[in-house]
Design a protein around this ligand. Structure first.
Ligand SMILES: [Zn+2]
Length: 275
């Protein structure tokens, strides 16, 4: 690894840790409609303000041995988990997309998906403002790519649709349209919602980042979700599946496709050509 790449990936890792800490604040406050700027971090049990030295990602949690300094209530392992996951995602963005703005856009995309994953797990909702901000940043990056020729977004290029802006629109519209069609027909057949409108909007917001590959997110996400549900149902004694949020599977599929989508597709096309 050259020095510049080493420094850049280290900087992104540290940025990812700090943004992971911020992600925890967004995850806990945005669904309740609270400001994520004020007040500063407080203990959810005793409401004591958290000192800056106790608010260092991961390290403070380890030093405090997962207990609040004021009331000794346990601090969830989820806080350091989100911080580490965020740092790794920003780091992986550099490995996959190299030194430059595209890696920052990929890191931002992964980071937003991480936030949405945990909010969906907690609340079964994907808040519109967060999904909209993610989609808007992706669309701005696609338009900037169109105007400047810098390859910023979509992160995946196919060569089939040369225009970044067209690829972004095609990705959004096809994936959102297809998932909306599935959601509507499923609801008609079963009288209950499987895919929600939140998932449809999430796919629309993924569109600018993955272009036509966004359709693949729907399929890979469905496979991941089906695997999870089948494993869960077989391990439950009553056999009944609790309602499972779909957003985390779409988010996981989106990260996988951003990292490996083009390689897997070209491998598959080669395979098909051989037969
Ligand atoms: Zn406390």
């Amino acid at each position: 690894m050259p020095d510049s790449e080493y420094l850049f990936s280290l900087a992104m890792f540290v940025l990812g840790l700090a943004l992971g800490s911020f992600a925890n604040v967004v995850i806990s406050r945005v669904p309740e409609g609270r400001s994520f700027v004020r007040p500063g971090s407080i203990c959810p049990h005793c409401a004591s303000p958290i000192r800056w030295r106790d608010n260092i990602p991961v390290i403070s949690w380890l030093i405090l041995r997962a207990k609040c300094r004021d009331c000794a209530s346990p601090i969830s392992w989820r806080y350091p988990l989100v911080e580490v996951a965020s740092a790794l995602l920003w780091f992986i963005a550099v490995l996959a997309f190299g030194v430059g703005i595209q890696a920052v856009i990929a890191g931002f995309f992964f980071w937003m998906l991480l936030i949405l994953t945990f909010i969906d797990i907690d609340t079964m909702r994907l808040p519109n403002p967060i999904v909209a901000v993610m989609g808007a940043v992706g669309m701005i990056a696609a338009v900037a790519s169109q105007l400047t020729g810098l390859g910023l977004a979509p992160l995946t290029t196919t060569g089939v649709i040369a225009s970044p802006f067209a690829a972004a629109i095609v990705g959004s519209v096809t994936a959102a349209g297809l998932s909306w069609g599935i959601a509507a027909s499923y609801e008609r057949m079963r009288g209950q919602a499987g895919l929600g409108m939140g998932d449809v909007k999430l796919l629309a917001a993924i569109g600018p980042f993955l272009g036509p590959y966004t359709v693949g997110v729907l399929f890979v996400g469905s496979i991941l979700g089906a695997l999870f549900v089948s494993m869960n149902v077989s391990s439950r004694k009553d056999g009944a599946g609790a309602k499972v949020p779909f957003g985390p599977f779409l988010a996981g599929a989106a990260v996988l496709i951003a990292l490996f989508g083009p390689e897997v597709l070209s491998w598959y096309l080669d395979l098909v050509k051989l037969t």
